[in-house]
Design a protein around this ligand. Structure first.
Ligand code: FES
Ligand code: FES
Length: 167
């Protein structure tokens, strides 16, 4: 079946089998291997990407269901033009040591950015509750929670600075 969608700012056309999962399209057809497969049973959250701005476990979605959508994977987070600038949530994970092996990290970060868009001043409990769909086998979560709190604050500080500059 022919599928058209936008992935990380690029318009993509692909002929895909109807049973192909979105994560398979990203990894196997488009080479976007930053999106990981940790379980394939919708438990771990390593495969989270954004579909039209909302975090989705890409192992639970058929590629054909993404027809006409805008998909962003971890590779698409850097600024327009591709530069090396990290997203504020990536910076927060780096600065707060929010990872060890890094396997869960792409999904954690994509999920965390969706969280940040829904909360301006979240509590630690709200972060922990949000993370019920993302598993980490290494960190004990403490530094991930700290990273998400810091990343959320940085995103909102950036937004308020840009709106002040625009005023
Ligand atoms: S690989 Fe999708 S939830 Fe684990
Ligand atoms: S850092 Fe290893 S699984 Fe999370």
């Amino acid at each position: 079946m022919e599928l058209k969608l936008n992935v990380n700012g690029r318009n993509i056309k692909a002929d895909v089998p109807t049973e192909m999962l979105l994560v398979e399209l990203l990894r196997e057809r488009l080479g976007l291997t930053g999106t990981h497969i940790g379980c394939d049973t919708s438990q771990c959250g390593a495969c989270v990407v954004h579909v039209d701005g909302v975090s989705v476990k890409s192992c639970t979605m058929l590629a054909v269901a993404a027809e006409g959508t805008r998909v962003v994977s971890i590779e698409g987070l850097s600024g327009p033009g591709g530069g090396n600038a990290l997203h504020p949530m990536q910076v927060a994970f780096h600065e707060n040591h929010g990872l060890q092996c890094g396997f869960c990290t792409p999904g954690m970060i994509m999920s965390a950015i969706d969280f940040a868009g829904r909360h301006t001043a979240p509590t630690e409990a709200e972060v922990r509750h949000w993370l019920e769909g993302n598993m980490c086998r290494c960190t004990g979560y403490q530094n991930i929670v700290a990273s998400i709190l810091a990343g959320t604050a940085a995103i909102h500080a950036e937004t308020s600075t840009s709106s002040m500059e625009a005023a």
